[in-house]
Ligand binder design. Structure first.
Ligand code: SD4
Length: 330
């Protein structure tokens, strides 16, 4: 646990360290996790990040753009029907609708997203088209679906038998209380995927995609499609993405906060910790909920931090693609 005193000590130490040349700063808050500054790097949330990272790295290595890499990486998870929190197979809202949120950001600062979108397996690709082919940033619901279909996406029922069964079981009690770390239950290792990539030239992109909170109210939109909340990338600085209870992330505009803290000299690790501490300070819900951030700087340094234990992330760097347990506040 990072108590207040330790946090203040660390922050003070970090303040002094900011006076040092960056090469000396690399081991500040990393704990057991080795801090590398090596490009290219791909980092993503949860265990499903491992295959997503592999696809993203393959895309980079075969000459793809960093934007292609983040899109292709998260598409692996969107297409997996066994994953009950992203794309097809996602758990529905309480009325039985699978409604998807996704966003994407490019190195030039451009951004696109969709929210409350039904019947499309790859919302991230629709988000990319919103970014590239329209003057807008977000399309929602029926309008997003209309745009997707007109752009050539096929409609498909996303409610798999497994997800429908889970929903019907939930309906028996209809008690709504988002569970912390349910993604870590056996055979349910999944949650929102947020993925950030920096290519060999230091160009950054990010993507985030989810079916949101299981059994949410119909019409609920989470943090993932809100630029600055669930995802933010600034090619001059770095990127950040969030997972967990989106309401806490939105109220603190968490990913933007992480990137701004990095802009002001924090390492990715320090920035993630400070953004989590902002939630601890501002939101009484924090004790019962999970939020996790991951971040990467332009030079390839990474960080992660969560409210509760149990959050993990996948890091592909220096020829290894590994799952790492995040440090947490509690
Ligand atoms: C949301 N942040 O919709 C997403 C869901 C998530 O752990 O990541 N849950 O709030």
């Amino acid at each position: 646990m990072l108590n207040r005193r330790k946090f203040i000590e660390r922050s003070a130490a970090a303040g002094m360290l900011s006076l040092l040349p960056s090469v000396l700063k690399s081991n500040t808050l990393s704990g057991k996790v080795p801090v590398k500054k090596q490009l290219p790097v791909i980092i993503s949330t949860w265990k499903h990040g491992i295959p997503a990272n592999a696809e993203a790295m393959k895309t980079l290595q075969s000459g793809g753009k960093v934007l292609d890499a983040v899109e292709k990486g998260v598409m692996v998870v969107e297409a997996d029907p066994e994953n009950h929190s992203v794309g097809i197979g996602g758990l529905p809202d309480r009325d039985g609708h699978v409604t998807l949120d996704a966003s994407i950001m490019a190195p030039d600062g451009n951004a696109g997203s969709v929210c409350f979108l039904e019947n499309i397996v790859h919302p991230v690709s629709v988000a990319r088209l919103v970014m590239e082919k329209t003057p807008h940033v977000i399309l929602a619901g029926e309008g997003a679906l209309q745009f997707a279909v007109e752009s050539g996406f096929k409609e498909q029922n996303l409610l798999t038998p497994g997800a429908e069964k889970a929903w019907k079981e939930w309906l028996e009690k209809s008690h709504y209380d988002p569970v912390t770390n349910w993604e870590n239950e056996p055979n349910k290792y999944h949650d929102t995927i947020g993925l950030l990539a920096v290519n060999e030239n230091g160009e950054l992109a990010g993507a985030c995609t989810t079916s949101g909170l299981a059994f949410k109210l119909h019409g609920r939109v989470g943090d993932s499609p809100i630029i600055g909340a669930g995802l933010f990338v600034d090619n001059e600085v770095g990127g950040a993405t969030a997972t967990g209870m989106g309401e806490l992330v939105m109220k603190t505009l968490g990913s933007f906060l992480v990137v701004e803290l990095m802009r002001n000299g924090r390492t990715p690790q320090q920035a993630c910790e400070e953004a989590v501490m902002r939630i601890v300070k501002k939101d009484p819900e924090n004790k019962r909920r999970q939020v996790g951030y991951i971040a990467v700087s332009k030079n390839g340094e990474t960080g992660a931090f969560s409210l509760q234990p149990g959050f993990n992330y996948a890091l592909h760097q220096g020829g290894e693609n590994i799952l790492i347990d995040s440090k947490s506040h509690y």
